[in-house]
Design a protein around this ligand. Structure first.
Ligand code: NAD
Ligand code: DAU
Length: 362
């Protein structure tokens, strides 16, 4: 059995579904079910004896050791986190608590559990920490892409909290010998992505006739990876990664935010044209920039390719089409997860256009 934390969230749920599609090894999912956790993401596993779900907090110092003692997993894949940069600017406390204190608690419980294992079981145990490229900071247009040796320069409360957790994971390897693996991945997109993040927000706002908020000039660059490719990368690292090593996972797909939004608008024009025949790009609306907004991220994923033979299967064209189609086919999912209150803060912070109904901007 493996333990997956945060398995009811976006990437975690895709990972659990993907894992059980590839293997009969059972999964124990531990998830607090914050606003971002959604059991609907795992509905297809209802009644599946290979999946156990426990609602709980990774920072719970009684629960986590008890679960490890009861289920004795051979690996932990750690996704649970507060994950949204805007929310970390709005309220950093939860990020410190879950991403840092929670990871610390999980590491300590994992270490105690690992020490109870013997021989080959202790050798084979792995703690895989899922992290982000944002820990490396921001790049200019001419800088080389992030390699695993790039110095950490986190700029947001979110990325600082993830950087802190990465350092804890590293220390538990060097000090205690816990067999850890860390992955630093670029921006994911795909099914079950909470519609506070750029791609699902743009799809859902477009369909609802709302403005599509572009922070600042929209020329910020991210590297985009289809979520199932991230899942296959994590499975590969778990299977063949070297303890103590870190692995950068990326999509070889740098794009400016405005180009992403234009691409989604064009796909929607094709798949679900507006009733008035106008292009969805009419709804694009430039708003105030995100404070401390990182300009560019880019991942050098050669280590994953050369050492582990991993490359992404999807191009951006194929992945974004699947993603838009998934949202078109799951309006109930969208309706169930949309949270009104938080967008009020975004509207105040970044400008009313982020929240108002379409005002006919070109
Ligand atoms: P998400 O916000 O969609 O899901 C997070 C999940 O963790 C939710 O199910 C939530 O209920 C759960 N959770 C939060 N706090 C918890 C706690 N204290 N105890 C137990 N469960 C808790 O996040 P995501 O986008 O799926 O990201 C998953 C991981 O991948 C995070 O660690 C994130 O830093 C990392 N990551 C994300 C991306 C991306 O593009 N989304 C890219 C690289 C790395
Ligand atoms: O790089 C990996 C990271 O990618 C992960 O670690 C984070 O968990 C994940 O949330 C994501 O962070 P970003 O801040 O890059 O993602 P987000 O979707 O919030 O924003 C993507 C870009 O789009 C960013 O430059 C900000 C911009 N943006 C975002 C929103 C929500 C807009 O222009 N308008 C918006 O409304």
């Amino acid at each position: 059995m493996i333990l997956v934390t945060g398995g009811a969230g976006f990437i975690g749920a895709n990972f659990v579904l993907d894992w059980l599609a590839h293997s009969d090894e059972p999964v124990l999912t531990l998830d607090k079910l914050t606003y971002a956790g959604n059991l609907e993401n795992l509905r297809s596993l209802e009644g599946d004896a290979r999946h156990v779900f426990v609602q709980g907090d990774i920072a719970d110092a009684a629960l986590v050791p008890a679960l490890l003692a009861q289920y004795r997993p051979r690996a932990i894949v750690h996704f649970a986190a507060e994950s949204h940069v805007d929310r970390s600017i709005h309220g950093p406390a939860d990020f410190i608590q879950t991403n840092i204190v929670g990871t610390f608690n999980l590491l300590e419980a994992a270490r105690q559990h690992w020490l109870t294992l013997e021989g080959a079981h202790r050798q084979a145990f792995r703690f895989l920490h899922v992290s982000t490229d944002e820990v490396y900071g921001t790049l200019s247009a001419s800088d080389p892409a992030f390699t695993e040796t790039k110095a950490y320069e986190p700029n947001s409360p979110y990325s600082a909290s993830k950087a802190a957790s990465d350092h804890l994971v590293r220390a538990w390897f060097h000090t205690y010998g816990l067999p850890v693996l860390t992955t630093n991945c670029s921006n994911n997109y795909g099914p079950h992505h909470f519609p506070e993040k750029l791609i699902p927000l743009v799809i859902t706002h477009a369909l609802a006739g709302k403005p599509l908020p572009i922070y600042g000039d929209g020329l910020q660059i991210r590297d985009w990876l289809y979520v199932k490719d991230h899942c296959s990368g994590i499975r590969r690292v778990l299977e063949a990664g070297t303890p103590g090593e870190t692995y950068n996972i990326g999509g070889h797909n740098e794009m400016a935010n405005i180009d992403i939004v234009q691409r989604i608008c064009a796909l929607l024009d094709e798949l679900r044209p507006r009733s008035d025949g106008q292009p969805y790009a009419r709804q694009i609306s430039y708003v105030k920039d995100r404070p401390g907004h990182d300009r560019r991220y880019a991942i050098d994923a050669r280590k994953m390719q050369q050492e582990l033979g991993w490359t992404p299967a999807e191009t951006f064209d194929s992945g974004i089409r699947k993603t838009v189609q998934w949202y078109l086919e799951h309006p109930d999912w969208v309706q169930n997860v949309q949270s009104g209150a938080y967008r009020d803060w975004v509207a105040t912070q970044y400008g009313q256009a982020a929240h108002a109904q379409e005002q006919g901007q070109a």
